[in-house]
Design a protein around this ligand. Structure first.
Ligand SMILES: Cc1cc2nc3c(=O)[nH]c(=O)nc-3n(C[C@H](O)[C@H](O)[C@H](O)COP(=O)(O)OP(=O)(O)OC[C@H]3O[C@@H](n4cnc5c(N)ncnc54)[C@H](O)[C@@H]3O)c2cc1C
Length: 460
């Protein structure tokens, strides 16, 4: 790739074509996780569909792998020698209140869709934080802490996807048009090409939900976790819960009872009758002496406050595992690594309860591997390169301790940049049959593996 090649590309596209050192390059390649910076040889800030197609043709001509940055939350395999695409300049969000659908183009974040949908009494099956990219989330299935157990994965609601594949062709796929491509896209992240638009249905949701958190002193983890586990099994599908053992930083946006504290954070949400929800949360309240209790009416637009994930980019290392069971022994093993008195300083160790509609098959085939998974474990430690080994040791120690309960498959949205880097590991995450299927689809739609800057779905 010469300077002349880049000059020619610049004449073909409307958006900026930037190389390292150019003003704007750092912004264009910024990621949420500061431990996974992107460093492509060239980044194209696509402003039109033609820009995306030109960039893909350019990458093919010059043998460059293509990376797509949406919300920038999950970028494995970043490095030099790549062409990166951003789609922010193509972003639009168009609600159809009659059909109860939304068509998004480019790279919206969940906040943008939620803010557009809520005034119509509608809500997307969005994730725990508004800063996540809509497309990146939905390509991985997408588990919503409010609507997941009632309405399934976010990707179950997609009706149409527009994509530019490695041959530069703009394709539209749906359950009836190019159904194999539609199948592959829902669960394989960015392995098939550059998604430029999506249409998906929204959920009618008038009025607030009942949601929030109850925080207890972290020293009570061995008391709270078994009660939480047993209680979670009694909840109807319209209610969702997770629990997190957290060593919270002393930041000014964290309220005082929990600022800088070691806590057990029980999260709860219900889209059912508020009076019922008030009864359902009682067993957790009866544990007594919470540090803080915010469960009450919550507008969907504030759904991100349930998990209260960090909003600003930060350096972090994470690990996840699908757990097939959460027995007393599992809890003991987990707390033996991350509980009180262990010296652990991971910021968050979270268990999400799945089930309900998340277990039901999709209307059209997909490659989401986690239907039937009862629990998802996700943990992260914050810190730069100097804490890399320290955090790796803590996270791997935790994973090793709960390995006897490893379900095999786990949510692809929670596979960290350091995981899923070999076909064998990815086959375990998808399960062997589904992996064989998704690899066959990958070979068909991206035969030269142009889209490999991701958890790359290739044969072993
Ligand atoms: C704080 C936090 C909270 C989270 N909460 C949840 C949650 O509640 N539920 C859940 O399911 N997940 C959750 N996630 C995981 C998140 O959904 C995934 O990391 C998701 O992939 C992020 O998408 P992104 O666009 O923000 O990230 P990016 O890093 O931009 O993209 C992630 C992947 O998707 C691909 N991609 C993105 N856009 C496109 C596109 N237009 N075309 C082709 N490929 C594309 C990229 O190539 C990359 O491989 C959370 C993550 C974080 C950091």
């Amino acid at each position: 790739m010469t300077e002349l090649d880049l000059t020619i590309l610049r004449t073909q596209v409307e958006g900026p074509v930037l190389t390292p050192g150019d003003p704007g390059y750092a912004v264009e390649t910024a990621t949420y996780n500061l431990l996974t910076p992107m460093a492509p040889a060239v980044v194209v800030g696509a402003a039109t569909l033609n820009d995306v197609q030109c960039a893909v043709h350019f990458a093919a001509e010059h043998g460059l792998a293509v990376a797509v940055r949406g919300g920038g939350h999950l970028q494995p395999r970043t490095g030099a020698g790549q062409l990166a695409l951003t789609l922010d300049r193509m972003t639009s969000v168009e609600i159809d209140p009659v059909a109860e659908t939304v068509r998004v183009t480019g790279s919206p974040r969940w906040t943008e869709v939620i803010d557009a949908a809520v005034p119509h009494g509608l809500a997307p099956v969005s994730g725990s934080t508004g800063t996540t990219g809509v497309v990146g989330y939905l390509l991985g299935g997408g588990m919503s802490p409010i609507l997941g157990r009632s309405y399934g994965y976010g990707s179950d609601h997609i009706t149409e996807i527009e994509i530019v594949t490695a041959d530069g062709v703009h394709r539209t796929c749906s359950p009836t048009t190019e159904p194999d491509l539609f199948e592959m896209l829902r669960g394989s992240k960015g392995n098939a090409g550059v998604v430029v638009a999506m249409t998906f249905s929204l959920i009618p949701l008038v009025g607030p939900v009942t949601a929030g958190g109850v925080w207890f002193a972290g020293e009570r983890a061995a008391e709270v976790l078994p009660v939480w586990r047993d209680w979670a099994q009694t909840l109807p599908e319209s209610a969702t819960t997770s629990v997190a053992i957290q060593r919270l930083p002393a930041l000014s946006d964290i309220p005082y009872p929990i600022r800088g504290a070691f806590v057990v954070h029980v999260r709860f949400s219900s889209i059912g009758d508020p009076d019922d929800a008030a009864k359902w949360i009682m067993p957790i309240r009866e544990l007594g002496a919470p540090l803080m209790d915010t469960v009450g009416d919550l507008p969907y637009a504030e759904s991100w406050t349930i998990h209260a994930d960090p909003q600003e980019p930060l350096p972090y290392l994470d690990r996840s595992m699908g757990l097939g069971a959460l027995s007393d022994d599992t809890i003991t093993a987990l707390l033996g690594q991350v509980g009180p008195g262990t010296g652990c300083d991971l910021v968050s160790v979270e268990l999400r309860v799945l089930g309900g509609a998340l277990d039901r098959p999709p209307a059209a085939p997909d490659v989401v591997p986690t239907r039937g998974l009862p629990y998802q474990l996700f943990a992260f430690g914050v810190g730069g390169r100097e804490l890399f080994e320290h955090n790796t040791r803590q996270l791997d120690g935790m994973i090793d301790a709960v390995r006897p309960w490893d379900y095999g498959p786990k949510m692809v949205n929670f596979v960290s940049p350091e995981e899923g880097l070999t076909p064998a590991h990815l086959a375990a995450i998808y399960g062997p049959h589904l992996y064989e299927r998704v690899v066959a689809l990958k070979e068909r739609f991206d035969p030269h593996n142009m889209f490999r800057i991701n958890h790359n779905l290739v044969a072993g």
